[in-house]
Design a protein around this ligand. Structure first.
Ligand code: PEP
Ligand code: MG
Length: 442
């Protein structure tokens, strides 16, 4: 699987130094910071030699609506400057110098896209209908956002709030990390923009493709960054980076419903350490007379198999859990989410992945705390019914996926889906998961 669902586009390749507006950028690799810059420059699409659909670069492109294909080996040698290109992100196809019949085919594909847009317009007519299942269960549909500006599409698509605010954008394309006040301004923009809806702010997950270069933090690239000094590990090692962010998040909670979420927790010791630091930070703010919500929910992401297996212990300490399937799948199956060569192994329906998800949901329920999912799996309408059947009632996804999910939710009958999910999990070890999934959920 090379592409990911994005519209089709057509234009010339390779960056032009003058202007990138309307151009397709072809590069060996692009980081999330590059994508933010290129978005501002108005690129039409991009193609990279490295990466896959679950990389942060791909997730960001999807969220910003930039058609893209990652993992086309030798693309920069094969594609020429100023050549006419067709990029079909939904199929993972890039074509150079297309001839008459091929162009005709892609014009047809553009018509199909228009048909999809018409379907979206139809879905949009039901936009204000509640996300309630046929049996009357309210499902919370939340947005994943990358930038404060994403609040606009979050509201347009009637999200109930934000289930994941990735804060790494604050650290990109600059020479020093952002100070507390700058972070506070960004978080307050989001809190105020949401007008009383929930905002889940995740502390930074820097250290993998969202690198620290240029931030003055001074770590050399790790040999295996996904297993290295990443996310909460970096936070705990560098209080000088972590504390301003914690303070800013806590202070933002004075103005609206904010939840604080910690990524990449792997042990109870880390949970305890983080909770102690948060407590100390609250005390410091109190002494300084700075307002915050003393009851701010503190949650943890379950994205490492060890965390899912320890979910009971985590759930006793935390106020909510959120399942990050992008990393959970990567670490469970030992499949680098950024490596196009092994992307075909990235399987949300792998029995081991589903068992870890089930363990997490059950731990949260037993401890009476909310549990959500915020990995890409949560926004794929293909999986919505299975996830509802497994007991999730809170799903967080890129804003563009909300309309379709709402419709699936409204056509779902939870008691029936729970039965099917139970049977699915029970039969998983004995039957082919995909065929079983199709039998029960399509
Ligand atoms: C995840 O791992 O599923 C997740 C939501 O976090 P990210 O994609 O930012 O690593
Ligand atoms: Mg993650």
């Amino acid at each position: 699987m090379r592409g990911f669902t994005q519209p089709l586009t057509q234009g010339a390749g390779h960056p032009d130094k003058q202007s990138l507006r309307g151009r397709i950028v072809v590069a060996r690799d692009l980081t999330p910071s590059d994508i933010i810059m290129l978005k501002h420059q108005g690129i039409a699409a991009f193609v990279t030699e490295y990466g896959g659909p679950l990389s942060h670069t791909a997730i960001l492109a999807r969220s910003l609506g930039i058609p893209a294909i990652l993992g086309i080996r030798h693309a920069s040698q094969l594609l020429q400057q100023d050549e006419m290109l067709v990029v079909d992100g939904s199929q993972g196809i890039v074509l150079a110098d297309p001839t008459g019949p091929i162009l005709q085919h892609f014009h047809q594909r553009i018509s199909q896209r228009e048909a999809r847009e018409a379907r979206e317009a139809e879905l949009r007519r039901g936009i204000d209908l509640p996300a309630v299942t046929l049996d009357g269960t309210q499902i919370s549909l939340l947005a994943n956002i990358e930038l404060p500006d994403d609040i606009v599409t979050t509201l347009e698509n009637r999200a109930d709030g934000v289930g994941l605010f990735r804060t790494e954008f604050l650290y990109m394309n600059r020479t020093a990390p952002p100070e507390e006040e700058e972070q506070l301004d960004a978080y307050l923009d989001a809190v105020r923009g949401l007008q009383g809806r929930l905002l889940t702010i995740r502390t930074f997950d820097l250290g993998v493709d969202k690198t620290l270069e240029g931030n003055g933090i001074g770590y050399l690239p790790a040999a295996n960054p996904a297993l290295g000094l990443r996310a909460v590990r970096l936070c705990l090692k560098e209080p000088g980076l972590f504390l301003p962010q914690l303070r800013a998040i806590l202070r933002a909670s004075a103005e609206g419903p904010v939840r604080l979420m910690i990524p990449m927790l792997s042990s109870l010791a880390e949970v305890n350490e983080v909770l102690t630091i948060i407590e100390q930070t609250k005390q410091a703010l109190q002494k300084e007379g700075l307002a915050f919500d003393p009851e701010i929910p503190i949650g943890g992401m379950i994205e490492i198999p060890a965390a899912a297996i320890s979910a009971q212990a985590f759930a006793r300490k935390l106020d909510f859990l959120s399942i990050g399937t992008n990393d959970l799948i990567q670490y469970t199956l030992a499949v680098d989410r950024m490596d196009e060569e092994v992307n075909y192994l990235f399987d949300p329906l792998h029995p081991a992945v589903l068992k870890l998800i089930a363990l997490t949901i059950s731990a949260a329920k037993q401890n009476n705390i909310p549990v959500s999912m915020c990995g890409e799996m949560a926004g794929d309408p293909l999986f919505t019914r299975l996830l509802l059947g497994m007991g999730l009632t809170e799903l967080s996804m890129q804003p563009g996926a909300l309309l379709e999910s709402r419709e699936v939710v409204r056509n779902s009958h939870l008691p029936e889906l729970s039965k099917r999910a139970a049977s699915f999990i029970e039969r998983l070890d004995h039957e082919a998961p995909l065929a079983l999934f199709e039998e029960l959920f399509s």
